[in-house]
Design a protein around this ligand. Structure first.
Ligand code: TYM
Length: 358
C-alpha cells in the first residue's frame, strides 16, 4: 500500500430507545458518506454487554438498530452493515489493544466515570476497557474516518493514541515485515511508516450534541429515566408532538441572531434540531422564526419532526416485521467485514511475533 485508502467506520449500540440524538448526530451523517467512500456501519453488540443487559432482548435491539440504519437510507449493497459479535477479529484486536493502552489513559475517560458513577469498584472490567474495543472496531479495518456525535470525541482521541503507540512500539517489525504505509503527516512523534492510520473524527453540523427536552444542560440519552426527555425513533406522531409541546423552554421569543441563543440552552437545542431536520443552519431557522414565541415555533417544529420521522418509523416497523431479511443483510455484511479484518489481524499477529503453527 502506498497510502491509507479512505474508509469510514462507525457504530451504534443496541441498547434500546434509539433517539433523535442518535439519528441526527450519527445515523443521518452516515448516509451521504456511502456514496463518497467505502463505508462500514456496525451494530456494536459486544459494547452493549459492558453494562447490565437482558439476553432475551439483545437480538431484538440488534435488529432494531439495523432497521434504523436501513430506514434512514443506508444501502446494504453500498455500505457494509453487520453486528460486531459476528466478526471475531474485533474481540481479538481489542485484547491486543488492552495491552497497548495504559490504565491511566482509560481512567481519564469521562464516559467511564459517568457510567460507572460512584460505585466504580463494581463496574465491569469490560466497561473500563470499552474504548480499547472501540479502537479495535475502527482499526480492524484501518478506517480513516469516523462520523460520530460530540460525546465520542474523547474515545476517538484515545483511538489515535493507541494507533500511535502501536505504530511506535512495533515500528521496527512493521518495517522489517514490509507492512508499513508511508506516514501521510510526518512528525517527530511517529516513525516514517505506520501500520494503523491516525483516524479522523467527523463531528459536523448543527446536531452534534442534541440535549434533553427536559433539561438543556443534559445530553439526550437512551438511559434518561424520563421518556419525555427524548424523541425515540419509533415514537408515534402524537408522542412526538406531545414531547415537543412539553419541552422545557423560557418565556422569551426566539432571537433573530445566533448570539441571542448563547445563554438559552433549551431554545438553542430546539433551534438546532429544526436546523438539522431541514439540513440548514441555526441562522437559517432564526431568519424565519426570529421574534416569534414558542407557541408558534413549537407546532412548526412538531410538524417538521413528524414529517421526517414518521415515514422512518413506518419503514422500521415494516422491516422489523420481517426479521429474516434483516438477518440476511447482517450475515452478508459480516462476511464482507470479516474478509477485510481477517488479513489485518494476520498482520497484527505477525507484527506482535505470535508463533503461527496453523
Ligand atoms: P451510542 O450507541 O451511545 O451512540 C451512537 C451514536 O449516536 C451519537 N449520539 C448523539 N449525537 C448527538 N446528540 C446526542 N444526544 C447523542 N447521543 C448519542 C453518538 O455520539 C454516537 O455517534 N461508543 C459508541 C459506539 C461505538 C462506536 C465504535 C462509534 C462502538 N464502536 C466505533 C464509532 C466507531 C457509542 O456508545 O455510541
Amino acid at each position: 500500500m502506498t497510502s491509507f485508502s479512505p474508509r469510514v467506520f462507525s457504530g451504534v449500540q443496541p441498547t434500546g430507545n434509539l433517539h433523535l440524538g442518535n439519528y441526527l448526530g450519527a445515523i443521518a451523517q452516515f448516509v451521504p458518506l456511502q456514496d463518497r467512500m467505502p463505508t462500514i456501519y456496525c451494530v456494536v453488540d459486544l459494547h452493549a454487554v459492558t453494562a447490565k443487559f437482558e439476553p432475551e432482548h439483545l437480538a431484538r435491539t440488534t435488529r432494531e438498530v439495523t432497521a434504523a440504519y436501513l430506514a434512514a437510507g443506508i444501502d446494504p449493497k453500498k455500505a457494509i452493515v453487520f453486528n460486531q459479535s459476528q466478526v471475531k477479529e474485533h474481540a481479538e484486536l481489542a485484547w491486543i489493544f488492552n495491552c497497548v493502552a495504559r490504565m491511566g489513559w482509560l481512567s481519564r475517560m469521562t464516559q467511564f466515570k459517568e457510567k460507572a458513577g460512584k460505585n466504580r469498584e463494581n463496574a465491569s472490567v469490560g466497561l473500563f476497557a470499552y474504548p480499547s474495543l472501540m479502537a479495535a472496531d475502527i482499526l480492524a479495518y484501518r478506517a480513516t474516518h469516523v462520523p460520530v456525535g460530540d460525546d465520542q470525541k474523547q474515545h476517538l482521541e484515545l483511538t489515535r493514541d493507541i494507533a500511535q503507540k502501536f505504530n511506535n512500539d512495533f515500528a521496527e517489525r512493521i518495517a522489517q515485515l514490509g507492512l508499513g504505509v508511508p506516514n501521510p503527516t510526518p512528525s517527530p512523534e511517529l516513525p516514517d511508516e505506520l501500520y494503523f492510520p491516525l483516524t479522523e473524527p467527523i463531528i459536523a453540523g448543527p446536531a452534534t450534541r442534541i440535549m434533553s427536552l427536559r433539561d438543556g444542560t443534559k445530553k439526550m440519552s437512551k438511559s434518561d429515566p424520563s421518556d419525555l426527555s427524548r424523541i425515540n425513533l419509533r415514537d408515534s406522531a402524537e408522542e412526538i408532538a406531545k414531547k415537543i409541546r412539553k419541552a422545557k423552554t423560557d418565556p422569551e421569543p426566539l432571537p433573530s441572531e445566533e448570539e441571542g441563543l448563547a445563554e438559552r440552552a433549551e431554545a438553542a437545542n430546539l433551534v438546532g434540531i429544526y436546523a438539522a431536520l431541514t439540513g440548514g443552519t441555526k441562522a437559517d431557522v432564526l431568519r424565519d422564526y426570529g421574534g416569534q414565541p414558542f407557541s408558534v415555533f413549537k407546532p412548526a417544529l412538531a410538524d417538521l419532526a413528524v414529517s421526517k420521522l414518521a415515514p422512518m418509523a413506518d419503514e422500521m416497523n415494516r422491516l422489523l416485521a420481517d426479521p429474516a431479511t434483516i438477518d440476511a443483510v447482517l450475515k452478508d455484511g459480516a462476511e464482507r467485514a470479516g474478509a477485510i479484518a481477517e488479513p489485518v489481524l494476520k498482520d497484527v499477529r505477525a507484527i506482535c511475533g505470535f508463533l503461527d503453527v496453523r
